[in-house]
Ligand binder design. Structure first.
Ligand SMILES: [Zn+2]
Length: 234
């Protein structure tokens, strides 16, 4: 018999293992969680375990209130941030947090990543948003939950499924997707967009945002109802 949480743990583990493979984190940096909406359960990387030693059975399974359902290790210290996002954003199947270099650079500069070219527009129709800097009171209250709340503030007027990424000011990126694998894909895409924008603004600090008609065109041809990018589904 397959253990009840095996599939969820497996998908969380596989997505976590993609993080060092894509050059998005070193040592124990970063974490990925996988969400099972039917059961309301999350599987997440344990705290402080090196990717090289990480196994499927190390994954910690929790409910949305943070009660551990299975697992002998402490969950990632960022778990409460993940839980805030799963509770608030319906449709998420996975969340990623990294300190990938370029995305973190923009987060530390507290600057939204401007939409400067069509690569960015293939994924998003706006700049990658950046949160406000957290207050001293919020940090003292419950740092990880408040990090989630900072992100929610930033998405009051945004659709999280349309803009599946954010920079937490002074900290680093969070990305998500309908699956943990897609959340990791978005983390890798974000890092590349951050790198391209950095190069562009280094070459020309006043480089302008892509005009709206090009943003729409690129986004629509990949994600619109008449999308024609890639191959037709079978
Ligand atoms: Zn972090």
């Amino acid at each position: 018999m397959v253990a009840p949480y095996q599939e969820l743990k497996q998908s969380a583990w596989e997505a976590n293992m993609e993080i060092p493979r894509r050059g998005l984190a070193i040592y124990t940096f970063g974490n990925v969680s996988a969400f099972d909406p039917a059961r309301g359960l999350v599987a997440i990387k344990p705290s402080g375990v090196d990717y090289q030693r990480l196994t499927v059975d190390d994954m910690v399974v929790l409910d949305l209130d943070g009660r551990v359902v299975e697992g002998g290790l402490r969950p990632s210290s960022d778990t409460r941030t993940h839980l805030v996002l799963y509770r608030a954003f319906p449709g998420l199947g996975g969340i990623v947090h990294t300190h990938s270099t370029y995305a973190t650079g923009w987060a530390q500069a507290r600057v939204a990543i401007p939409i400067l070219g069509t690569t960015h527009a293939d994924f998003l129709t706006e700049d990658v948003p950046v949160t406000e800097v957290m207050s001293e009171a919020a940090v003292a209250a419950d740092y990880e939950t408040e990090t989630g709340n900072q992100i929610l503030d930033c998405f009051r007027t945004r659709d999280p499924l349309h803009t599946p990424m954010v920079l937490v000011a002074g900290h680093g990126p969070f990305t998500w997707g309908t699956t943990p694998a897609q959340a990791v894909y978005h983390a890798a895409v974000l890092e590349e967009l951050a790198r391209m924008a950095f190069v562009t603004r280094s070459l020309r600090p006043d480089a302008e945002r892509l005009p709206e008609h090009l943003i729409r065109k690129h986004f629509e041809r990949k994600h619109g109802k008449d999308a024609y990018y890639g191959q037709k589904p079978e």
